[in-house]
Ligand binder design. Structure first.
Ligand code: FMN
Length: 371
């Protein structure tokens, strides 16, 4: 019986997995078989939720989630929802349906999307400021639709909705919202709406400061004790520290620094993403400020950020060191950890067998309640 407040989640790489990041030959293309193995490791490995991302090359997140809630018993899909992409009444019905058929196993990760160019390529011409304004309205609309038996009469800057919908979600008052973003707008919307604010990797002292700032912001909405905090991190864990660092270096061997390109155009997306994503800018700042070893803390490594955008900070070490680094983030105020590693099924199994035991008796039965 779990008694604590900590939860662990894992990542479903729905645009494909990899055994390494240094060469195209290391890529494992997306397939049902690849995803099945990862989901099985996650569902049976003690993880409470599974983050399903969105971008142009990801298999569609809600469709994947519907398939996997039918095949699993434990894990909750955490579906990334890009602001401005979906009509909010349609989203409210779709998510309520999924929450019903899964007996309340849905959670939603609010994101603004990678950059403006990515949105424009999809035919969405809203800049980041507008995408965040829409996110705020979309969440408000969904929450109200899910709780009201009368037409909601919503009048916003971007949406006007006067509807009452069925089904209502299984979870009451509604499924939990996570939010991942690093800008002041992201912080404001998270303070107002989310159950969990997710950070990408940073130094534990910086996270402790951010948690304080976020709680102060949440206090404006009477939510300082309602909001929870989580880290989205990579994990490279081996039986010995030496093996873990060997694996870290093997993972990016052969990759040039910053050679990742826009999936569609082939052009380097780095400068554009740096301009428009605070969260990505911070990760690359950490990499720039690190030494030759790319360490930002004894067991936190920025090496993966040389080859990919987003969640590029990894915990590297033996099981005890990985657990101790997680504990530093717990001390900073985080209670949930959304993790990944390459290849994903194997890394999930290693984490659940070797690191989770350090947290025995401290893990929660479910995610924090929505309030
Ligand atoms: C924990 C976390 C998860 C994210 N997941 C996604 C994702 O699935 N797809 C995506 O396009 N962007 C994702 N993002 C990127 C955000 O959309 C990105 O931070 C965006 O640029 C928002 O801008 P901001 O950081 O300036 O607030 C994620 C960010 C964080 C922190």
């Amino acid at each position: 019986m779990a008694q604590g407040e900590l939860t662990f989640g894992w990542f479903l790489p729905s645009s494909g997995d990899a055994t390494g990041l240094g060469s195209a030959n290391d890529r494992i293309p997306s397939s049902r078989a690849v995803f099945d193995e990862i989901v099985d490791a996650v569902d049976n490995g003690g993880f409470k939720y599974m983050l399903i991302p969105v971008n142009t090359t990801c298999w569609e997140a809600t469709v994947l989630a519907s398939y996997y809630v039918a095949k699993t018993r434990n894990v909750m899909p955490l579906i990334a929802l890009r602001a401005g992409y979906m009509n909010p009444t349609f989203a409210a019905r779709m998510f309520a349906t999924l929450d019903q058929i899964s007996n309340g196993r849905l959670c939603i990760n609010l994101i603004a999307g990678l950059n403006d160019a990515d949105a424009v390529a999809d035919g969405v011409f809203d800049d980041k400021i507008v995408r965040y304004e829409k996110m705020d309205e979309e969440v408000e609309i969904m929450k109200r639709l899910w709780q009201s038996n009368e037409p909601i009469g919503f009048e916003g800057k971007h949406y006007r909705v006067n509807q009452v919908i069925e089904p209502k979600p299984f979870q009451k008052p509604h499924p939990p919202f996570f939010l991942g973003g690093g800008s002041p707008q992201a912080a404001e919307i998270s303070a107002k709406h989310s159950t969990v604010h997710l950070f990408w990797g940073d130094k534990p002292t910086v996270i402790a400061e951010k948690v304080k700032e976020m709680r102060a912001l949440a206090a404006k909405y009477g939510r300082e004790n309602v909001i929870n905090f989580g880290m989205r991190l990579q994990v490279i864990c081996r039986d010995t520290e030496e093996e873990a660092w060997e694996e870290a270096h093997r993972l990016i061997k052969g990759a040039g620094k910053f050679n990742f390109v826009n999936m569609r155009t082939g052009a380097s997306a780095l400068e554009d993403i740096k301009k428009t994503s605070d969260a990505n800018r911070r990760v690359w700042q950490l990499l720039d400020e690190s030494g030759n070893d790319m360490k930002i803390h004894p067991h936190l490594w920025a090496g993966i950020s040389t080859v990919r955008v987003g969640a590029g900070i990894a915990i590297v070490g033996d099981p005890r060191q990985v657990a101790a680094t997680i504990q530093e983030f717990v001390d900073a105020g985080c209670t949930t950890f959304c993790l990944s590693g390459y290849p994903h099924a194997e890394a999930a199994r290693i984490f659940s067998q070797k690191v989770m035991p350090f947290f025995q008796g401290r893990m929660a039965e479910s995610l924090p309640a929505v309030a």
